[in-house]
Design a protein around this ligand. Structure first.
Ligand SMILES: *Cc1c(COP(=O)(O)O)cnc(C)c1O
Length: 394
């Protein structure tokens, strides 16, 4: 059987690894040597599970979306990560990594954020544990996402603007890496997706795998079968998708569908459809697929959803794409916004625009009436109200 997980050297097939400056080697090596031992320790697991239950509000419901099911002629289930504390799946990973950082004896946390969701999740867990928190955020994103900047500050974090390059997520990531190089001993860097040098992609996937672990049990209870016919999610870096795919990877009957952001259209020059536009290369410490020019400069991505506005995908996704285990597709801004509105009107749920990309792809699929389809409802749309309002003119 194909191996979909990471090997001892930190690779998924041709992708992964740890391409890092010398100065970061001790940090990454410490993590690599300890993350599995720490996260499988009984006391760690007990605290993680307790916080997931009492603080995050897990298990998140698996909701059979009745009117969506009628519209698309299949059993459509939403895995409700939008109901988590702080409004998305990102808290699962933030909780896991703060507990790990404490076990490693770290006194200071840094993070990067695009829309601010990961920054808010990180600031939240730092407040919970009384640990100093510094979040790097592109200067432009700070203007676009002012409410999340205020949230992070209220939670006690310091938000530092990234003023280089395009002043967005990739620049914030570069700044965070630079900080880590300068503070290697006392600081842990909480990366927000299944990207970065090994062991991050595997570590984050494990923390998010609670999504498919719960889905399996809930599907069995509700349908008598623990495997769906389709598991779907949107992909920025790919953490909610990896969480949704994780426990289905070895079950080849489960079709995995990852939805990227096409932005204004794949061929418009304003897109973030990484698998369609990208090539193999190195981004943020791992070998993966990324959007780049012929001479290897990272291409500026574009999506209306800040969470999907990233020029790469995690290395495990690059592998699943290359070996055809998962299907990678893309949805435009307009299609996503329409699907987001449809979800409001048919199900009474305002989804994040990231999530709406996954919902929009239903329209392009053909189902059998007894198909069970699970979609990761990665986050709630409160943060996106202005974007919805500007588009639809409410
Ligand atoms: C950040 C975010 C995403 C994209 O990140 P992944 O790592 O690809 O999951 C998707 N949905 C929501 C709601 C987000 O906040």
């Amino acid at each position: 059987m194909m191996n979909y997980g990471v090997n001892d050297l930190g690779y998924y097939g041709d992708f992964g690894g740890a391409y890092i400056p010398e100065m970061l080697y001790p940090n990454i090596e410490e993590l690599r040597q300890q993350y599995l031992d720490i996260t499988s320790d009984e006391a760690f697991v007990a605290e993680f599970n307790q916080l997931m239950k009492d603080y995050v509000g897990r298990p998140s419901p698996l909701y059979r979306a009745k009117r969506f099911s009628e519209k698309y002629g299949a059993n459509i289930f939403f895995k409700r990560e939008d109901l988590n504390h702080t409004g998305s799946h990102k808290i699962n990973n933030a909780i896991g990594q703060i507990l790990l950082a404490i076990k490693l004896g770290k006194k200071r946390i840094i993070a990067e954020t695009g829309a601010g969701q990961h920054g808010v999740a990180t600031a939240t867990v730092c407040a919970l544990k009384g640990i100093e928190c510094v979040v790097y955020m592109g200067e432009i994103d700070m203007e676009r996402q002012a409410p999340n900047v205020a949230r992070m500050k209220m939670l006690g974090a310091t938000v530092i603007p990234a003023t280089s390059g395009s002043k967005t997520l990739k620049d914030a990531t570069n700044e965070a890496m630079r900080d880590w190089i300068n503070n290697p001993v006392d600081t842990h860097y909480i990366i927000g997706s299944v990207v970065g040098p090994y062991p991050y992609p595997d570590m984050v996937a494990r923390f998010q795998s609670i999504i498919s672990e719960e889905t399996k049990k809930q599907l069995l209870e509700q349908t008598g079968k623990e495997l769906p016919d389709y598991a779907m999610a949107c992909v920025g870096g790919g953490s909610n998708a990896m969480g949704m795919f994780y426990h289905f990877l070895d079950d080849e009957s489960v079709k995995l569908i990852a939805v990227e952001a096409a932005g204004k259209g794949v061929d418009t020059g304003h897109s973030a459809a990484t698998t369609m536009l990208g090539r193999e290369g190195i981004l943020h410490g791992s070998r993966t697929i990324l959007m780049q020019t012929d001479d290897g400069q990272v291409v500026e991505p574009y999506s209306i959803s800040a969470g999907l506005d990233y020029p790469g995908i995690g290395p495990q996704h690059a592998h699943l794409y290359k070996i055809n285990r998962a299907q990678y597709v893309s949805i435009t801004d307009d299609e996503a916004l329409q699907a987001g509105l449809l979800c409001c009107q048919l199900e009474g749920i305002i989804p994040a625009i990231e999530t709406a990309h996954a919902l929009a792809y239903l329209d392009k699929m053909k189902f059998n009436t007894d198909d069970n389809v699970v979609i990761c409802l990665s986050g709630r749309g409160d943060k996106d109200l202005t974007t919805y309002i500007n588009h639809f003119g409410f």
